[in-house]
Design a protein around this ligand. Structure first.
Ligand code: FAD
Length: 312
């Protein structure tokens, strides 16, 4: 279970990897291979995103099952309310339970890609807090439940104070940890953490970190997530923007600085990487932070703490 790992604030930061559900069966196989390799870095957990209902969602539960019970990774399943009448939510939770998964990130879900408004499905939930409450009522303490937060505002609600009130509601109905939207403005993030703590929210805050793999992807993702790009990021990345290798090197330095500031702030002791199903950029950052050994060939299979990744 995840929340215990955050209790010792003096320990070395732990880290985790987010993976999204691939669209093809070959993509799923590649993902398993990647997860298997990334196991050796000893992430505290991995999480798997949830599509907007339908085929991709079934794949989420399959991937969670394989990651948790075959690959032995502590796994967190995202679950959204989008197109999910209660029967489908029940099935997803039961699948997670049966596979030994003990961690759910409870979300409302993205609005449709065509830009329309998000609407609740008949017989489903409207807000993430409804889902949190439901999971808690139905499964007691079996699942550690995470919720999402937005240090730079949410598309549908830019007012940070209002969002923190909504976050507090999610915590009050039973959330155990918070994972944030990606961000690059670390000063803003630290101020936001202070506000969250001042509002009486004391559960762990896990910062969502998007490594920089190419300049165009960096700009596109920041625009899509409506997050600001600090001037020094632009100043250092813009001049090398046509050389992907240099972008990755500079991006790694920027993310390492960001992570160090986060940890120094005392607000977080866990780093969560949006891998985009790629290995290299997240691993480069973790190596430079000395959180994983650079010599990747070394097998960790026989180390005694490996079994601590498995649920008891
Ligand atoms: P909520 O907290 O329920 O908020 C939804 C909207 O309702 C917001 O605009 C909020 O301001 C408003 N609101 C909340 N409470 C109230 C209230 N009491 N009264 C009135 N308004 C209220 N999406 C996916 O589809 N799949 C994923 O796997 C996925 N993973 C994510 C992981 C992370 C770490 C993050 C940060 C986001 C993820 N998302 C994912 C995106 C997320 O689903 C969207 O951002 C969604 O629009 C909001 O979800 P939420 O859980 O924060 O919803």
């Amino acid at each position: 279970k995840l929340q215990k790992a955050h209790e010792d604030a003096n320990s070395k930061p732990t880290f985790s990897f987010e993976f999204f559900v691939p669209k093809t069966s070959q993509g799923v196989q590649n993902l398993y291979d990647r997860m298997d390799r990334m196991y050796n870095y000893n992430p505290q957990f991995i999480d798997v995103t949830w599509g907007a209902g339908g085929r991709l969602s079934n794949l989420t539960t399959d991937i969670v099952q394989t990651a948790q019970s075959v690959l032995g990774l502590e796994t967190c399943m995202h679950l959204t309310c989008t197109n999910m009448p209660i029967e489908l939510i029940d099935k997803a939770l039961k699948d997670a339970y049966d596979s030994g998964c003990q961690n759910i990130l409870a979300l409302r879900g993205d609005p449709p890609i065509d830009g329309g408004e998000w609407t609740a499905v008949e017989g489903g939930f409207t807000y993430a807090k409804d889902l949190v409450k439901y999971i808690r009522t139905k499964y007691g303490d079996h699942f550690d439940i995470g919720v999402a937060a937005y240090p730079e505002g949410h598309t549908e609600e830019p007012d940070q104070d209002v969002l923190i009130e909504y976050l507090k509601e999610k915590v009050d109905v039973g959330a155990d940890f918070i994972i944030t939207q990606m961000f690059y403005d670390v000063e803003n993030f630290i101020r936001w953490c202070e506000k969250v703590r001042a509002r009486g929210i004391s559960i762990p805050i896990i910062p969502g970190l998007m490594p920089i793999s190419s300049y165009s992807a960096f700009k596109r993702r920041a625009t899509w997530s409506e997050i600001s790009i600090p001037k020094h990021f632009e100043d250092r990345l813009q001049p090398v923007k046509d050389d992907d290798q240099l972008v990755r090197d500079v991006g790694t330095e920027l993310l390492v600085e960001l992570c160090n500031k986060l940890v120094e702030s005392g607000h977080v002791n866990h780093l969560h990487f949006y891998t985009m199903n790629l290995e290299k950029s997240s691993v480069m950052i973790l190596e430079d932070l000395h959180l994983i050994a650079e010599e990747k060939e070394k097998s960790l299979d026989t180390l005694p703490w490996r079994k601590s990744l498995n649920p008891t």
